[in-house]
Write a protein that binds this ligand. Sequence first.
Ligand code: PRP
Length: 189
Amino acid sequence: MSSAIKTVQEISDPRLSGRAVKRIAFDEAAIAARVGELGREISAAYPDGELLVLGLLKGSFIFLSDLVRQITRPLQVDFLVASSYGDGMVSSGTVRLVYDPETQLEGKDILLVEDIVDSGRTLNRLMHILGERKPRSLEICALLHKRIAGGLEHETRFVGFDAPHEFLVGYGLDHAENFRHLPYIASLQ
Ligand code: PRP
């Protein structure tokens, strides 16, 4: 190959099982560099206190595992599982906690880790639920932010990238539960 820049059509990735993707929005190197910066920002932002990093499953699982290894201060990790949807395929507009962390939140610095902020509905509801547990502080770290949420009640303090308004998969993000394991973030055709 003469050029270092490959179009997606030129990339033969068996993980895609033939599915066409439009482009790679963020490649492995760009993600790793930005996650390293976020780790340094977060380490500096919490000079003291008990830091509890709460990963929102499933989408955040890869981002969270990379991020916590870039944070150079003591911390604990737990997870939340929320569901934005009821039994149907259309969003019910409600967010339900399917798994609630057993860890005590009161008095701790809570960092809620999300893969992507889209409508912001999930975060608005979760921040309300977590705020009631009387943490010392409560902040959000999102790898991607679509910047379209008009009704966001809380600023996302740590943002990896502004996301293009495309359907993104990989690095934890799925389409019908597929493609979460891609090491890069791509947009689907
Ligand atoms: C996705 C994504 C975020 C949320 C963002 O989760 O991971 O958590 O939606 O959307 P919002 O800003 O419009 O609320 P999803 O419910 O698809 O679950 P998943 O993390 O298991 O993929």
